[in-house]
Design a protein around this ligand. Structure first.
Ligand SMILES: Nc1ncnc2c1ncn2[C@@H]1O[C@H](COP(=O)(O)OP(=O)(O)OP(=O)(O)O)[C@@H](O)[C@H]1O
Length: 663
């Protein structure tokens, strides 16, 4: 009976802050193609698949509910449906009530904290930094001291104090353990609470004699504002002891006036009585939902007594799962599952649950829905926090920084080694070598930018996907923070490259021309990175983005440079297309920068008097790029205009991403 009572009943201090969650007849259907695309006849046909079927349950604050079920039974989809994060590919029916009030579409995000199956955390930040940045992103009007206290309180609550200054770690370097990482993810969710420890009603705190306890209770009272926490398989991948600890911790969080709903695989049997409610799903149906004692009684009275020394979780899940190994087994196990579901729906447990849903919906005095984040910082502050977080994380990635700064230089070494020293003699390649260097500088620098974005951005994108669903910020803000943080790296990296290449091979020895050369080469490098980011907004697979940017770059240099085919010779359609390429403006600028006013010598080759027809760089400009000299400023402006244009495209692309990323 104790487990049936919410903390509001067990602890009078929480009486007026109790909360309830009711899920009523939630169904989700998707329409799928019957066969694969290569089997056209079945591909043309569609069938409707029921992922969730009329799921209803009710939970009160102070309770932890475990959702069990075999793989593919619909546990994650149910959490997504409750949290309002389900994709728009199917049809969702049913209602979700918090405190008896039906949630409107825009209220879901602010009502639930949702810890996903995978931890999306920045590898180079410490636990404390990770949580502090989350707090800064979600809380406004909080002094640094208040945020510090709040982070300390959450770390204490989740037993993270001992790893506060340890880095999270990643695939290539060690950090905190998997269980600790899970706890950091849970802590990040708890922090999205607008009230600070010092600003809450502390009746409970005053009643507590010990000062340390006082501050903790103050916090608990405020943390109770984060009412509903959904966790998708928080114990997956952890050893059984750590998994146990996580569940016990979640039960403790629930006891502090929260509702905790957790999907779980194979919990240990001693956790059976830890859960206040246990739900079993199979084929999208809620086969059973009730207290542990009710569960034992229900299955025993249905003729399925759990044998002694057998894990009840395993036993009941096996009993209700559909075995698809053969059609006979499938029919038999499906029929058993169906009988159990019908038995449950005709039971008193089910009736009581429906009654509680009705009671909470009809209650005349409905408390307000507890929202978690109504007090978030403004756009500029968020951008500022995101930028600082990104810079701090990236600045600790030694290899990443080295790669960024040296990749262009390494490429420059390669060119310099190949060309050695430019000659003034036309017969010795004075024109050809210079055009070659310009071609390589324009053509290759987008690739280095692209490589950076593909290597570094997808991890940030995954974090932005999750945090934007938590309502911390919008995806395009992370994109903007990323591009602001790359600018100094790009400038320094290109400058190192041009400083080395320009003077080593002996290009036009004039400081202003060198600066112009550097300023031009900088743009394709940044464009390469920006274009990759734009595509990463709408294309999930970085390899596809890689190929796309590479192809666009090849096409651009072919049409825009005028090196492969002169503009005069090109079909009109390509001439027009060339105006859309940044390579057109960049190559024209580099040609003028290098060739204008340059005089050549020539040692005629025997029998080839025409090998000395070109005696000055101006001829190259007039022949290949007529009027380029007068367009110099215009070309610069047009080249640089690609940068803001791509930033705008990126913002649009990440706004589109909001609609295409489902989970
Ligand atoms: N939008 C969708 N379109 C098609 N099928 C879907 C969609 N969403 C979920 N499904 C299918 O519904 C079933 C249930 O998926 P879900 O991820 O909810 O299962 P689960 O119980 O969480 O499984 P696991 O324990 O393995 O994570 C799966 O077969 C999945 O492929």
């Amino acid at each position: 009976m104790v487990s049936e009572m919410g903390a509001s009943q067990t602890n009078p201090d929480f009486a007026d802050s109790s909360c309830s969650l009711s899920v009523k007849n939630v169904s989700y259907t998707v329409s799928e193609r019957v066969g694969p695309w290569w089997d056209l006849s079945s591909f043309r046909k569609r069938w409707t698949r029921q992922i969730l079927n009329q799921v209803s349950f009710h939970v009160d604050s102070g309770q932890i509910m475990g959702i069990l079920g075999n793989s593919g039974s619909g546990k994650t989809t149910l959490l997504d449906a409750i949290a309002g994060r389900i994709g728009n590919s199917g049809e969702l029916l049913g209602e979700v009530f918090v405190n008896g009030r039906k949630l409107k579409a825009e209220q879901f995000q602010d009502c639930f904290s949702y810890v996903l199956q995978s931890d999306n955390l920045l590898s180079y930040l410490t636990v404390e930094e990770t949580l502090t940045y989350t707090a800064r992103l979600s809380l406004r009007k909080h002094s640094s001291e208040a945020i510090y206290k709040k982070v300390a309180a959450v770390m204490a609550e989740l037993s993270l104090g001992h790893v506060a200054h340890s880095v999270i770690g990643g695939r290539i370097f060690p950090g905190i353990s998997g269980g600790e990482r899970r706890r950091v993810s849970i802590a990040s969710q708890l922090l999205q609470d607008p009230r600070s420890p010092g600003t809450v009603d502390c009746g409970l705190a005053e009643a507590t004699p010990n000062s340390t306890q006082t501050s903790n209770y103050k916090w608990l009272s405020s943390a109770a504002f984060t009412k509903v926490i959904l966790l998708d398989e928080p114990t997956t991948g952890l050893d059984s002891m750590t998994a146990n600890q996580i569940v016990l911790l979640l039960a403790e969080l629930a006891r502090r006036d929260r509702i905790v709903i957790v999907t779980i695989h194979q919990p240990r049997s001693e956790l059976f009585r830890i859960f206040n409610r246990i739900a079993i799903m199979s084929r999208g149906e809620l086969v059973f939902c009730g207290q542990p004692d009710e569960m034992v009684n229900f299955f025993s009275s249905s003729g399925y007594e759990c044998p002694e020394y057998c894990n009840p979780f395993d036993f009941y899940v096996d009993l209700t799962s559909v075995d698809t190994r053969s059609s006979e087994r499938e029919a038999a196990t499906y029929s058993r599952m169906h009988d159990i579901t019908s038995g449950y729906q005709n039971s008193e447990i089910y009736e009581n649950m429906l009654e509680r849903i009705e009671q909470s919906c009809q209650s005349a005095h409905k408390p307000m829905i507890p929202f978690k984040s109504k007090d978030s910082p403004n756009c500029i502050s968020k951008l500022n926090v995101l930028l600082r977080r990104t810079v701090r994380n990236m600045s600790r990635d030694r290899m990443g920084i080295l790669m960024r700064l040296s990749q262009n230089l390494i490429y420059g070494l390669f060119i310099a080694f190949f060309v050695m020293r430019l000659d003034k003699d036309v017969a010795k390649g004075a024109v050809q070598d210079r055009i070659g260097i310009i071609y390589q500088s324009m053509g290759a620098s987008p690739y280095t930018g692209m490589l950076n974005a593909v290597a570094l951005f997808p991890a940030l994108r995954a974090i932005a996907d999750q945090e934007s669903k938590d309502g911390l910020y919008q995806k395009w803000q992370m994109f903007l923070a990323y591009i602001i943080h790359i600018l100094p790296f790009s400038i320094i990296s290109v400058f190192i490259f041009t400083s080395f290449l320009y003077w080593t091979v002996g290009m036009n020895p004039d400081i202003v021309r060198f600066l112009c050369f550097s300023a031009v080469v900088m743009v394709p490098h940044i464009i390469g990175e920006l274009l990759t980011l734009v595509l990463l907004g709408v294309v999930q697979d970085p390899n596809m983005v890689n190929s796309g940017v590479a192809l666009l770059n090849v096409a651009g240099i072919m049409v825009g440079s005028g090196f492969l085919r002169s503009f005069k010779q090109m079909p009109v359609v390509f001439q027009w297309l060339s105006y859309l390429t940044f390579q057109k403006y960049g190559c024209e600028l580099l040609i003028v920068t290098e060739f204008y006013g340059l005089n050549f010598t020539c040692t005629p080759k025997a029998g080839f008097p025409e090998s000395c027809l070109v005696d000055s760089g101006n001829i190259i400009i007039d022949e290949g790029y007529p009027g380029a000299l007068s367009r110099y400023t215009e070309d610069f402006l047009l080249l640089y205009a690609f940068l803001p244009a791509l930033v705008i495209l990126g913002i649009i692309s990440f706004k589109i991403r909001d609609h295409i990323v489902k989970r």
